[in-house]
Design a protein around this ligand. Structure first.
Ligand code: SF4
Length: 87
């Protein structure tokens, strides 16, 4: 039974390792994704970051990673840290 689970576990690990290589934010300004606050000019950065995430094809694995690793800062998977707290 354990051996039957190995290919799936390997596939899961591959997904976790490879999703970031397709990130739409690879070339984006990191300050957009990690603003100093959620208001004022930083609010505009968050909106721009979310717009990038909206077109990202690895949005779901990115969000899963952020939640699984308890990322407490930044926009991941189109959500701020505060928005992710509800997941
Ligand atoms: S969902 Fe957003 S933060 Fe995650 S990889 Fe894509 S663009 Fe980057």
């Amino acid at each position: 039974m354990v051996a039957a689970g190995l290919p799936r576990q390997r596939a899961d690990r591959e997904e976790r390792r490879d999703w970031w290589t397709s990130a739409a934010c690879k070339e984006a300004d990191p300050e957009m994704f990690f603003p100093v606050s959620a208001v004022g000019l930083s609010g505009a950065d968050i909106a721009r970051a979310k717009a990038v995430c909206a077109s990202c094809r690895v949005r779901l694995p990115c969000l899963r990673f952020a939640v699984a690793t308890r990322q407490v800062h930044g926009v991941w998977g189109g959500m701020t840290a505060e928005e992710r707290r509800g997941l």
